[in-house]
Design a protein around this ligand. Structure first.
Ligand SMILES: [Zn+2]
Length: 427
């Protein structure tokens, strides 16, 4: 089912005309309302932007711009018109605040309703929403989307797995929304209680807010008896609902391009790249009122494609996020993202997803080893180790040594997150 057929199946030529029209209005809007853009775009006249190719003449907006103007310096409306404020914390601990007008909240609900429909959701279904509710945009985004669609939303939020199992068993939801790692936790918990996947009412899973792989998808689909799709978003752009995979193809997430104009640019030069090429994902928000952003540099590495899709949507699709431009490692001259390492390792079922990459330097060359946890029976399994190294070499294009270690040996941070990279070059 397509939630807003007219907007989601528009011929691409018409879509581009609409985007250009909205872009020109946006430039006028931000120049008169946001001091930072008044200065940066002083020499840009909306009439100079004659085609979407002229986007490249506009400067990027970066996370630091939001931090430097924290909390509300980039808001384009008076505080009185803001009806919601979310915030996210970065690794530095400094917050970024984002605001929504009533119209922005309406958009937030619509793009999440679209996403739920892409993922298989329909009016009348029950949505078990296990995303965190709070300053994080995930919980409320899917919540509003589900209600807008006409679903019965169960606002469970994250954690308390025992209670989640009870609610899923009793309320028999059709759709679950949560992080992929939490979906795996739930699948494992059902398995431990001998509940077979076909006994679980869930049919679709909308998963996001962290990187995951096709191998994890297979595990989740089998474990919960669902068809899972990847939803993508970031609070600066709106939150979840920026893009979502369709359940028909599950080959890239359809970007709600009439509202969020995507570009892929070279991580080093900032020059636009062509369709299919990998680079940094950049968004211009075409319709947001409170926090409109011009060419926001997400730092996420992916590619775009706009070929036709079986679902009938004409919206371009973005590939899975391959990594962060800042996380990119250069090993023996090859660009490597930790998520690529993960994807390669997960092809071997004997390995767990718990790993870390240790970078060191021998002479002038950077070298890498991967430490990956396995169950006791595989410790010291030379054949498995060799197979893992071969798999890494094939998919990444450089040699990375593998060490098999006992479960629990890769250090966890306080929040239980694994520390994926240890850079010994800095020590
Ligand atoms: Zn599709």
């Amino acid at each position: 089912m397509i939630y807003e057929p007219e907007a989601e199946t528009r011929p691409r030529e018409q879509l581009r005309a609409l985007q250009l029209d909205r872009l020109q209005s946006l430039i006028e809007y931000v120049k008169t309302r946001v001091p930072l853009y008044r200065d940066r775009l002083a020499n840009v006249d909306p009439a100079d932007i004659a085609s979407l190719d002229d986007l490249r003449r506009l400067p990027f907006t970066r996370k630091d711009d939001l931090r430097d103007t924290y909390p509300f310096g980039m808001f384009a409306v008076p505080r009185e018109e803001v009806v919601r404020i979310h915030a996210s914390s970065g690794t530095t601990g400094k917050l970024t605040a984002v605001g929504y007008t009533a119209a922005d909240i309406d958009l937030f609900a619509r793009v999440n309703a679209r996403s739920l429909a892409m993922a298989g959701g329909e009016r009348g279904m029950t949505l078990h929403n296990a995303y965190g509710y709070g300053l994080f945009t995930g919980g409320l985004g899917l919540h509003y989307g589900g209600e807008r669609m006409g679903m019965a939303v169960v606002p469970v939020s994250g954690g308390l797995t025992e209670r989640q199992l009870m609610l899923i068993t009793d309320f028999r939801p059709d759709v679950i929304a949560c992080t992929p790692s939490y979906a795996l936790t739930l699948a494992q918990a059902f398995r431990e209680r001998d509940v077979a996947p076909e006994k679980i009412s869930l049919r679709y899973a909308v998963l996001g807010a962290e990187p995951w792989t096709e191998a994890m998808r297979r595990e989740i689909d089998a474990g919960l008896g669902v068809r899972s799709t990847n939803i993508f978003g970031l609070s600066e752009v709106i939150g979840p609902g920026v893009s979502c995979e369709c359940v028909e193809e599950r080959a890239g997430a359809h970007v709600n391009e009439d509202n969020f104009l995507p570009e892929i640019v070279d991580p080093n030069t900032g020059e636009p790249l062509s369709e299919g090429e990998e680079g940094v994902l950049v968004f211009t928000t075409l319709t947001k009122e409170a926090l409109p952003l011009i060419r926001y540099w997400t730092g996420d590495i992916t590619s775009l494609r706009s070929d036709p899709c079986a679902c009938g949507r004409t919206l371009a699709r973005m590939d899975r996020i391959k990594g962060r431009a800042d996380d990119m490692l250069i090993i023996r001259g090859v660009n490597v993202y930790p998520t690529q390492v993960e994807a390669a390792l997960l092809q071997l079922p004997e390995l767990t997803p718990n790993y870390r990459i240790v970078i060191s330097r021998s002479g002038t060359l950077d070298e890498a080893d991967v430490e990956v946890e396995v169950s006791e029976e595989f410790l010291g399994d030379e054949e498995l180790r060799a197979r893992a190294e071969a798999r890494l070499r094939e998919s990444i294009g450089c040699s990375i040594g593998v060490r098999l270690s006992a479960r629990g040996s890769v250090p966890r941070s306080e929040g239980g997150k694994l520390q994926r990279v240890l850079d010994r070059r800095e020590l």
